[in-house]
Design a protein around this ligand. Structure first.
Ligand SMILES: Cc1cc2nc3c(=O)[nH]c(=O)nc-3n(C[C@H](O)[C@H](O)[C@H](O)COP(=O)(O)OP(=O)(O)OC[C@H]3O[C@@H](n4cnc5c(N)ncnc54)[C@H](O)[C@@H]3O)c2cc1C
Length: 370
């Protein structure tokens, strides 16, 4: 069977691959290769679905700010309803975490200190014997991840991109014009390959003869607990411990509780470690009056970090036609609009968007690992 030709092959149909494909399609022929039978099966389909402007390091915050604007200007034909809805985050501290919380609030523009009584009014299960300080981040939102991801895939498709699922990239060779990429679903030729393979990004790089970055995939688990007050809890904000060693987010009639685990694991179809989950649920129950009797369900996903915790976005410095778009950590959904646009502009070597100052480009560049 002859190889299918396009200008650009994108490896991975998570939010990163979908987003950059949506930006590039139309002006370029684009093929997205996804190893699973459906897109979004790994990290993208397993997130906590939050947008928090203050979350992440400086480069991430620049992408957050730009994405905030872009989330409000999405094209209605692909994103028919608002993808951000009110939630807020209540940062809570026990005695040992108090100084950390106060320093965090002081360094943030839009988080205000609340009294413990005010915090309990918002989330009645908060244990006021344990909680000594609280910070209110009103601007944090729920993100409709499925709508963002599906909207990006639809935009890519309408602009002519092809999505091939069940097509794990297994081999790659250089050709006169670019790359010949082999999968179990046939061969694909392209001038440029974009590595948006999430936890597998280093493995993909090695297939293309590119030195790995040294990404670490960190497991993060979430349990679903029955809400003690289903008719009101959907309005509660997210609770986040000041040292980020647990969080709780209302979700429909349930509560999602995470131990905020960060154990490094190999890239795989990750599942929950029961002991880690139990320890995290214990920390949650210590900080609240919630008594855990029954866990409705649980899942785990991978948060993928470069050694400096900053995403990698740019051409590999030593191998032609290979572009990195990986390492979005715990921010890959909320930064997706800005990072997708920036990646597409860098791929095409065209004018950069206004938010992309020289420092941001340098911070994201794979050159920093040379
Ligand atoms: C529990 C949890 C909570 C999170 N909460 C948030 C949050 O609240 N807000 C936020 O912004 N972010 C959050 N994140 C982070 C966010 O989910 C990720 O940053 C984002 O999904 C990464 O997207 P991606 O496309 O890079 O990776 P993925 O979604 O993993 O996509 C990579 C794709 O590449 C494919 N692939 C791999 N190897 C191959 C191959 N050889 N051939 C073809 N395809 C291949 C995979 O199958 C996969 O579909 C959270 C993550 C977790 C785990």
């Amino acid at each position: 069977m002859a190889a299918i030709k396009s200008d650009i092959v994108v490896v991975g149909a998570g939010i990163a691959g979908a987003g950059v494909a949506a930006e590039l399609a139309g002006d370029n022929s684009v093929t997205i290769l996804e190893m699973e039978s459906r897109p979004g099966y790994h990290s993208t389909g397993r997130s906590a679905a939050m947008f928090a402007m203050n979350y992440g390091n400086d480069p991430i915050k620049k992408l957050n700010r730009a994405s905030w604007q872009m989330f409000h200007e999405l094209e209605p034909e692909f994103f028919p309803h608002a993808v951000l809805t009110d939630r807020g985050v209540l940062h809570v501290a026990n005695l040992a975490e108090r100084t950390e919380l106060e320093a965090f609030v002081a360094a943030s523009d839009d988080i205000e200190l609340l009294s413990v009584a005010e915090a309990k009014e918002m989330v009645p299960i908060l244990d006021t014997d344990k909680c000594v300080a609280a910070g209110w981040e009103q601007g944090a939102k729920d993100l409709d991840v499925a709508a963002v991801h599906q909207g990006m895939l639809k935009k890519a498709k309408v602009r002519g991109a092809d999505l091939v699922c069940g097509a794990p990239v297994e081999n790659a060779e250089r050709t006169d014009e670019g790359w010949l990429v082999s999968t179990s679903k046939g061969q694909f030729e392209a001038k440029i390959v974009i590595n948006a393979a999430g936890a597998w990004a280093d493995e993909i790089a090695q297939i293309f003869g590119v030195a790995p970055i040294g990404f670490q995939a960190k497991r993060r688990s979430i349990a679903t607990l029955p809400s003690p007050d289903p008719s009101n809890s959907h309005r509660w904000p997210m609770l986040l411990s000041a040292s980020e060693d647990w969080y709780m987010k209302p979700d429909a009639g349930s509560l999602l509780v995470s131990p905020a685990d960060e154990d490094v694991v190999p890239p795989h179809d990750v599942f929950v470690d029961d002991m880690v989950l139990a320890e995290g649920l214990h920390r949650f129950s210590e900080a609240t009056t919630y008594e855990i009797e029954h866990v409705e369900g649980s899942w785990a996903g991978l948060r993928v970090f470069a050694p400096d915790k900053t995403p990698v976005c740019g051409y590999a410095p030593t191998v032609e036609g290979f572009f990195w778009l990986a390492g979005q950590g715990g921010y890959g959904i909320q930064t997706a609009p800005a990072l997708s646009l920036l990646a597409a502009k860098l791929v095409m070597k065209s004018d950069l968007p206004d938010f992309a100052d020289a420092q941001l480009i340098a911070d994201l560049s794979p050159q920093r690992f040379k």
